[in-house]
Ligand binder design. Structure first.
Ligand code: NAD
Length: 351
């Protein structure tokens, strides 16, 4: 099988994992890695002695062996570097978030579309087996109709200066929720709180309304006592709990719900209805552990070679950025509802 010659840009915390997977995936091979920091270059040369070491993007794009680029630099650089990569006619995977503004995300999508290039965003969780399993439960209506869902992505540490907890953590939750429901929110309200660095929220609570009427809630924080990666989906028949921190039992299906009590006879009016909670069995499926990042990079290489399209394409990344921007706008304005206007040509955050 031919593999896609791939360069990784940015060899920081996450770039290390990306480069390892580009080198190891079936559909890609690692041509080289670019990072201007000499310390990072030294680590890189040790980890990947056969890979080229570059200091800037021009050097990367001058190399004809590079067919695709994986961008793992800070979010503020995604638009500028990403546009340079696309203009040089290379396929592009950008780490989440796709960019820091809706306009920039749209530009990246348009540039890739106009050149027939693959643009993918590193929304890693859509390649994880628990999320695939959960999506299958929802699509096959194992849970009945989804009523609402909520997520918590909390931890203590890796406090960033360049972005807030919302833009750092919530891309994952929004990506997963949009994917599970097959739709994108039309309105959000949010509250943010900053304690450590003035003007940079450490905590955010947001409520999302989907066009179907399904409500979602997300809570992100990087100053929390406990590392939590939890999503709960409540259906009208069953409920699901996805705990990404658990290596061996990431997914539970809880056969519980609320039903009309049929044992109490006939009712004269709606007000006489009796409701009964039903607490049934918990089932825990066997979900094979596969490194989501390996599956993600492999999917990137396959799609870049013209194979199966990816679920986290540029449009998916753009939709996530639209929701992040709307949440930010609401949080900065005391929780005012912000609707997300997605006209066919016009993408705007409507106040
Ligand atoms: N998908 C995930 O689960 C996940 C997890 C962590 C981080 N990320 C994302 O990965 C990206 C990088 O995050 P990180 O935690 O690795 O950051 P980091 O600060 O640890 O690393 C960034 C690296 O990029 C390098 N860099 C900066 N400007 C550059 C340029 N112009 N050209 C080449 N290299 C440059 C820096 O020297 C640094 O080594 C962010 O977008 C982040 O959101 C994704």
């Amino acid at each position: 099988m031919t593999t896609i010659g791939t360069a990784v840009i940015g060899y920081g915390y996450w770039g290390v994992n990306l480069a390892r997977n580009v080198a190891g995936a079936d559909s890609t091979h690692l041509v080289g890695v670019c990072d201007p920091d000499p310390d990072r270059q030294a680590v890189l040369a040790q980890n990947h002695p056969d890979a080229d070491v570059w200091s800037n993007l021009d050097q990367v794009l001058a190399d004809e062996r590079v067919e695709a680029v994986v961008l793992a630099t800070p979010a503020s650089t995604h638009h500028g570097l990403g546009m340079d990569v696309l203009r040089a006619n290379r396929h592009l995977m950008v780490e989440k978030p796709l960019s820091e503004t809706v306009a920039h995300a749209q530009e990246l999508v348009d540039e890739a579309d106009s050149r027939g290039l693959l643009l993918m965003v590193g929304h890693t969780f859509l390649y994880s087996n628990p999320v695939k399993h959960l999506k299958n439960w929802i699509d096959t209506r194992e849970l009945g109709a989804v009523q609402y869902l909520y997520s918590q992505r909390l931890s203590l540490g890796r406090i960033r200066r360049d972005t807030n907890a919302l833009w750092n953590f919530a891309p994952h939750d929004i990506s997963i929720m949009n994917h599970l429901l097959g739709e994108t929110p039309v309105e959000v309200t949010a509250k943010g709180f900053s304690f450590i660095q003035q003007g940079i929220d450490d905590v955010c609570f947001a409520s999302l309304t989907y066009p179907s009427g399904i409500g979602a809630n997300l809570h992100v924080s990087w100053i929390d006592p406990r590392k939590t990666r939890l999503m709960t989906v409540v259906g009208d028949e069953k409920m699901a709990i996805y705990n990404d921190v658990s290596a061996d039992q990431p997914l539970w299906m809880v056969d519980s719900g609320v039903a009309r009590d049929s044992t109490l006879g006939e009712y004269e009016s709606l007000g006489d209805f009796q409701w009964r909670t039903r607490a049934g069995d918990i089932s825990i499926p066997r979900v094979p552990m596969v490194e989501p990042l390996r599956a993600e990079i492999n999917a990137f290489g396959v799609a870049a070679a013209g194979g199966e399209p990816v679920p986290t394409d540029g449009r998916h990344g753009l939709e996530v950025v639209q929701v992040l921007a709307a949440i930010d706008a609401s949080a900065q304005d005391g929780g005012r509802p912000v609707s997300i206007d997605r006209g066919p040509t016009d993408v705007a955050i409507a106040a």
